[in-house]
Structures are given as C-alpha cells and as structure tokens.
Design a protein around this ligand. Structure first.
Ligand code: SF4
Length: 338
C-alpha cells in the first residue's frame, strides 16, 4: 500500500484520476491531513463513506513511530522517530522569538563522513522518501500541538544527495493547501554538492541556500570534509554565485569554530577573501563535542573571529546555542540503534 504522504498535490491529483476518483478530492485530503492533522481516512467526514473505504484500501497515512522525545530547558525538543523498516532518524523543534523552526533529516545517516559530525560517524543507510521527511514535520506538529513556520534541512543527511525526494517534500511544505510555510522560510543546507546547488537555482522555488563551509581553504576543508576533494572551494563558490545571480537571494554560510583549527585571524582573513562579492550571512557555530577530537573555541577567540569578519564587511553572528543539553545542537544528531 502506498503512503499518501509521498505525494505532492499535483501527484495526488493525477493518482486519484488514474484510479477513477475525482481529482478535487486531493484538496479535501490535503486539508484533513496537513491542516487538521487528521491521519485516518475514516475521520475525513466530508468524504463519502464509500470513498473513504476505497481510499483506505489504496493508501496508508504513515507517520513514523515516536520512540523518544527529549525536552531542553530552552524549549528545544528533540524527537527520535522509527520508520516501518526499523530505521531511525532524529528531528528537532527550535523556538525563537519570531519563529518555530523544525530541523529535519533527509537521509538515514549520511555518506559524507565529515570528521566532526555525529551523523557522519554513524554511517549511511538510505535516503528517506518525501513522505518520510514530511512525516517528521507532521509528527512534531501533532506531538507539540503547534504549527511549525520555518524548516531547515540540517538534521541527518545531505539533502542534495536525495534531491528529488527533498524537492517533493518542499513542494508540500510550501503548498498553501498543505503546511503553508513560506518558501523564504525553508533552508536547504548542503556540505557543497555543486550539481545540486545549480539544480536548485533553476527550481521555481525561492528557498534559502545554506552552505556548511567550516573552513576557508581547500587544504583545511578537505581534511575535515571529504566532499571538498570532489567539489573544491572554487567550484563551490562559483555555484553559490550562480545561485545568487539567478535568485537574487542572500546565502547563508555555516561555520563551526574549532579551537586552533579554523578560528585564527589568518582563517578569518581567508574567509573574508573567499566570500568577497557574495551577499551573505555567516553563522558562527560554537562546536558541541561529538567525540571527534576537535575542541570548542573559547568565548574570546569566537568573539575576535566574529569581530574581524564584521570589521571587514561580512554580516556575521555567533549563533545562540540551543539544545546542547539534549544533544540536539548542530552536528549532534545521530542514527540510533534501538
Ligand atoms: S555534517 Fe552534514 S554532510 Fe557532513 S557528515 Fe554530517 S550530516 Fe553529512
């Protein structure tokens, strides 16, 4: 049986038509599931009983099973989900004054093996389907009984390596008939898959592109992010410029500060040079220990790094740490074995 969450709106319309059902039913089904959080066909009361029965013979509405929920003192909530095949992923709700953000996973594990990342250390299993990605959001909204209005693809996995399923999920996330989240409030974070960045530049979507940069030279970056050997900084920066030229949008760079590895003033100078000509924000992230051997920059080194960037015309901010007490901070989500 097919998971109905795997369909975007147009896909579901065509599917219903091909099954001899009225395509306008897709509007009602989307409304029940995504706006009313009803996950049983039997409870969709404006649809005839006969049709409800026929829908439930053709489709399932598969939410992942909640295995564990951890709440942080700062309001961050981390969820551990289990899919039908037993694989697990994590997702997180982060609360800010202006938004409730869902940080979601796109793969079970990740094949990119970044040296500092808890997910990378736990290996790669498989891509998630769009329905499995969406199931995390729906599950979090139902669990917390609140509406998420910002999505970041920064959980487990490299979204650009699961491009088609991620884009299908984004069409549902941004669909006014489904989650209704503004395109400008959806960030796709990549470790630098250049082909994916170019493809995303040509999508009819106005998404935030976020680059996990973490080092300002090829030598340093390749030593912590093996993907840099395939797509070096020159090709990455070129693709970001292409994205910016087409979309005319600010790009975000994520930069985890590792003590005495990438947090010197020399590193800051190299970063300024690398990002010249790009309209961007740099999020400086305080490293959370994942057992990788890297250490967190001191407060003083982090502030000096930030100050240097700002003095040289780069919009930089040290990102507030959230959820560190429940291992929900950046790079800390991992595949759990149950
Ligand atoms: S940092 Fe991102 S790209 Fe790198 S291993 Fe972790 S999840 Fe994958």
């Amino acid at each position: 049986m097919e998971n109905i969450l795997d369909y975007d709106f147009n896909g579901l319309k065509s599917k219903l038509e091909s099954e001899g059902l009225e395509s306008y039913r897709a509007i009602q089904i989307f409304d029940w599931i995504y706006q009313k959080h009803i996950i049983s066909f039997a409870a969709m009361t404006n649809i005839s009983k006969q049709l409800r029965e026929s829908l439930s013979l053709k489709f399932s509405i598969d939410l992942p099973e909640l295995v564990k929920k951890s709440k942080s003192l700062d309001g961050t909530v981390k969820f551990l989900w289990k899919y039908k095949d037993g694989n697990t992923v994590e997702s997180v709700i982060l609360r800010y004054p202006d938004r409730i953000s869902g940080c979601i996973s796109s793969q079970v594990g990740c094949p990119l093996n970044c040296a500092f990342c808890a997910t990378g250390m736990s290996g790669y299993i498989r891509n998630l389907t769009s329905g499995e990605i969406i199931g995390q959001i729906l599950g979090m909204e139902i669990e917390e009984n609140e509406k998420i209005n910002n999505i970041v693809f920064m959980g487990m996995g490299e979204p650009m390596l699961n491009y088609d399923e991620v884009m299908r999920a984004i069409r549902v996330i941004t669909d006014p008939k489904a989650f209704k989240i503004s395109q400008r409030r959806v960030s796709v974070s990549t470790a630098g898959i250049v082909d994916g960045i170019i493809k995303m530049a040509n999508e009819p979507l106005d998404l935030v592109l976020s680059i996990s940069l973490h080092a300002p030279t090829d030598e340093k970056r390749s030593s912590i992010m093996p993907i840099n050997k395939k797509y070096n900084l020159k090709s990455l920066i070129e693709s970001v410029k292409t994205y910016q030229r087409i979309k005319n949008r600010r790009v975000t760079f994520e930069y985890i500060l590792f003590d005495h590895f990438n947090d010197t003033i020399e590193d800051a100078k190299n970063l300024v040079k690398l990002l010249e000509d790009i309209k961007c924000n740099v999020n400086l992230i305080r490293y959370n220990d994942t057992g990788s051997g890297f250490l967190k920059s001191t407060d003083q080194r982090a502030s000096e790094f930030e100050k240097f960037l700002k003095e040289n015309g780069i919009e930089a901010v040290i990102r507030a740490e959230k959820g560190a007490d429940i291992d929900a901070a950046c790079g800390q989500l991992r595949r759990r074995t149950l």
